[in-house]
Design a protein around this ligand. Structure first.
Ligand code: URA
Length: 227
């Protein structure tokens, strides 16, 4: 904008007062408003959101054809705890969010017991981002295509601890074929982040007598992330 003399400003204000009275109405500038909104959006979006945008149409394996929704993950992008399940189930596929069925509700209660929630200091996702038909176990080639997404999520979040929920998630991440019993109670390592394996919440719904053991695991998990 070029310079405007004080006389010209005075003349403009005088004419405006004659036309509109004492109230001065300033025209909003749609261009700068748009810029502000973009700035605000950038402040709140994270690298995780951009990564989600990049990969959500993935067709690297057969599950891309059968899914309803790509289930990227939810939670705090700066979480100290990342929980990893095996793959989305029916409810998760329909909603596009991990652990929203009955098992997810139990998981929310367990998190509340350690003073956390899926919005507070926790990030929840799965090894596979798409639902396998009839909830069958992930196949090796599906894991091969999808696991790099999980590794990148973990690199962006930089948690203190990863918890694998259930035998399938545990053996997939640790690349072993072991029982849950033999993987529990050990501090493992996943791409330089400590990892603990515990019960899948769906298993706790089927066998409530395992809950005291699961609670021991979660007390250990709490002590690790509070440290
Ligand atoms: N079971 C999983 O392993 N992941 C989900 O998201 C839901 C159920």
């Amino acid at each position: 904008m070029g310079s405007v003399s004080p006389d010209a400003v005075n003349r403009y204000l005088k004419q405006t007062r004659e036309l509109y009275g004492d109230e001065l109405f300033l025209e909003s500038n749609p261009v700068s408003e748009k810029k502000d909104l973009q700035t605000i959006h950038l402040e709140f979006s994270t690298e995780l959101d951009s990564f989600h945008q990049q990969i959500h149409e993935c067709q690297k394996c057969r599950l891309g054809q059968s899914r309803t929704n790509f289930v990227f993950g939810v939670g705090d992008p700066n979480a100290s705890l990342v929980l990893v399940g095996e793959a989305p189930g029916e409810q998760e596929d329909l909603k596009g969010e991990p652990f929203v069925g009955r098992a997810g509700q139990l998981l929310d209660k367990i998190l509340a017991a350690i003073d956390r929630s899926r919005e507070k200091d926790v990030y929840i996702c799965n090894v596979l981002k798409c639902r396998p038909p009839q909830n069958r176990d992930p196949l090796a080639d599906e894991v091969e295509q999808c696991e790099p997404y999980l590794i990148h999520q973990i690199n962006l979040i930089q948690p203190k601890l990863i918890v694998a929920l259930g035998r399938v998630a545990g053996k997939t991440l640790l690349n072993v074929d072991n029982s849950l019993k033999s993987m529990r109670g050990i501090l493992h390592n996943y791409h330089n982040t400590p990892l603990i394996v515990t019960y899948h919440p769906a298993a706790l719904l089927r066998n409530p007598n395992w809950k005291p053991e699961a609670w021991k695991d979660f007390k250990w998990i709490r002590s690790m992330i509070d440290a």
